[in-house]
Design a protein around this ligand. Structure first.
Ligand code: NAP
Length: 547
């Protein structure tokens, strides 16, 4: 499968430049890191694989790509001016608008002058004697810095299906995370799509409108609920702008930093009628309310979860006309919310169209191989003009594994994390001096840009502290890493999501060695996380060793 042709021209190796900091990635995290590092007066080089800023929103240009977080909680909040000058057009912003927003941010703060594009980092090695990192790019170019900051995202290491013959298909084949920059025309085409995760659930209704035939190869169905997107009028945007302080303050006080917050009641404490009415209301509302604003026990109590799963299954049966197809679309191996809930716009109705076919590759037609003409199942060879591998990502640690990161004595980060990540707050890995991570494993995530802002602000505070004290080296303390790792693992224990295979539990059957579940994020309350990080800051960062 071809990568996007934008990567064809790479920088030739130049002289080794040394700066105070190197940031890997120019998505939401890397851009904000650069902004904060500049404020601290630290010279910085940012290396970005793409040709422009945006990260996730630069790469994922597939039809239907959009937020399922409210746009007006997704922007950076660090600049009031930026908040006031940007008008979101839709409650759940489509990818082109989000990319435009991030380009606007890059322009406004003149970020691009420190970003080198078309620059994939392949290695980062710590030199203990020199107290600095040497970073190597795919081109062979090298750069050095005292600080290494990773801003490589949790869902950037995309994975193709491990199906025999995958590369033999003669037509165009795309992974949504490497979607072409010129729109793909599906008119009159026979299209096959493998995968039914959040990406496919957004793309399928859009592609179905254009393609002659769309065949969806489903391994395990996912629970999904309506997004209910709508345009934002000028007046509404003015009201939102007037409330930004309140909106961000509210999000900071919720467990996942969204506007949504779990209902205090338990599922079985209310009457079936009241429950039903509450769920009808949530199902009709925009956004993640049905997942995050639901009864407080639906994600931890199996009995409660069975009830909400039955409710959502009922909705799928109502929306899909063919009862046999509806049954295939209802997950049986996990309950509602135990995997990240995709929000959809007409996903289930897509299966009512004559030009859409659902193929259940577990129970009906297992895929044997990809052929030059299409997909061969145990029953037939299905021919296509275009194939889409919407097969997901090697989540969270995958992007780290793709870089040869080595600490003192040549220890590889991949090996250090073989039995699970070891970090403090998910921000500094154990045993890798002067390395800071945005959205690293074991950190709090929830509403991603808010998580990024919080952790970058924390890290900027940490670097300022080092400057003030003349420190040039920071490392974690083993006892603090032990404590944090235990906290993270404990927080995951009661969750039904911990008992299910998904990218969130680190399982990806297309990647060797990714069959065992791991805890990859801090699933505790975001409010506790904020408190903890604030305590570390006000306590003078005693949890770290400085030199
Ligand atoms: P995903 O949720 O991991 O889904 C991948 C899909 O591909 C699954 O249905 C998987 O089946 C299937 N698959 C993988 N390998 C296969 C194979 N060899 N044969 C057949 N099927 C195969 O990935 P995603 O849809 O890209 O979404 C990942 C995450 O990105 C989401 O959970 C979300 O956090 C984020 N995302 C966010 C947005 C948004 O903000 N709106 C949009 C898109 C994605 P199994 O389930 O059986 O493994």
């Amino acid at each position: 499968m071809p990568d996007t042709n934008v990567l064809a021209h790479r920088e030739a190796p130049g002289p080794v430049k040394t700066t105070d900091a190197i940031v890997i990635g120019a998505g939401i995290s890397g851009m904000f890191m650069l902004y904060r590092l500049r404020e601290l007066g630290l010279s910085t080089q940012v290396f970005e694989a793409g040709t422009n800023v945006g990260g996730t929103w630069y790469w994922n240009r597939y039809p239907g790509a959009r937020f399922d977080s409210e746009s007006w909680t997704y922007g950076y909040s660090f600049s009031k001016e930026l908040l006031q000058e940007w008008d979101w057009k839709e409650h759940f912003s489509p990818q082109p608008d989000t990319l435009e927003y991030l380009n606007h941010v890059a322009d406004k703060f003149d970020l691009r002058r420190d970003i080198q594009f078309r620059s994939t980092v392949t290695a980062a090695h710590w030199d203990d004697a020199a107290n600095e990192w040497t970073v190597t790019l795919e081109s062979g170019q090298q750069a050095k810095s005292r600080l290494l900051l990773t801003a490589i995202g949790i869902l950037s290491a995309y994975t193709l299906p491990a199906i025999p013959g995958r590369d033999s298909f003669q037509g165009p084949a795309y992974h949504p995370a490497r979607w072409p920059h010129t729109p793909v025309d599906f008119t009159g085409k026979r299209v096959g799509i493998i995968g039914t995760g959040a990406t496919a659930i957004q793309a399928i209704p859009e592609i179905a409108k254009q393609a002659a035939q769309l065949t969806v190869f489903q391994r395990r169905p996912n629970w999904a609920a309506p997004l209910h997107n709508a345009k934002i009028s000028k007046e509404e945007m003015q009201q939102i702008k007037a409330r930004y302080d309140e909106i961000y303050a509210h999000c900071a006080q919720t467990p996942s930093w969204f506007i949504h917050e779990a209902d205090k009641r338990k599922t079985l404490d209310v009457s079936p009628e009241e429950r039903e009415a509450f769920w009808e209301k949530l199902y009709a509302e925009p956004g993640f309310g049905i997942w995050m604003g639901n009864f407080r026990d639906i994600l931890i109590d199996e009995k409660a979860n069975e009830k909400i799963s039955a409710f959502i299954a009922g909705k799928i049966r109502q929306r899909v006309k063919d009862p046999a197809i509806a049954e295939k679309l209802i997950p049986k191996d996990h309950g509602f919310g135990a995997r990240r809930v995709p929000l959809e716009s007409g996903y289930f109705e897509a299966y009512n169209r004559d030009n859409v076919t659902l193929v259940d590759v577990i129970h009906d037609e297992p895929i044997e191989c990809i052929t030059p003409k299409g997909v061969k199942t145990t029953k037939q060879e299905r021919e296509f003009d275009i194939l889409i591998y919407a097969t997901g990502f090697d989540g969270v640690t995958g992007a780290f594994d793709r870089i040869d990161i080595r600490g003192p004595n040549g220890l590889a980060l991949k090996d250090a994390w073989a039995d699970g990540p070891r970090t403090y707050l998910g921000m500094l890995p154990e045993g890798f001096p002067n390395m800071l991570m945005a959205l690293g494993p074991h950190t709090a995530r929830g509403n991603i840009p808010q998580a990024i802002e919080h952790s970058v602000n924390f890290q900027a505070g940490l670097l300022k502290f080092m400057q003030e004290h003349g420190y040039t080296r920071i490392e974690t303390r083993p006892e603090c890493v032990d404590e944090w790792t235990e906290t993270v693992i404990k927080a995951a224990e009661p969750l039904l999501s911990s008992k299910v295979d998904s990218w969130q539990t680190g399982v990806n059957r297309n990647v060797e060695g990714r069959q065992v579940r791991r805890v990859l994020g801090y699933n505790g309350n975001g409010v506790h996380f904020r408190r903890k990080t604030d305590e570390v800051t006000t306590g003078g960062f005693k949890e770290f060793v400085f030199r």
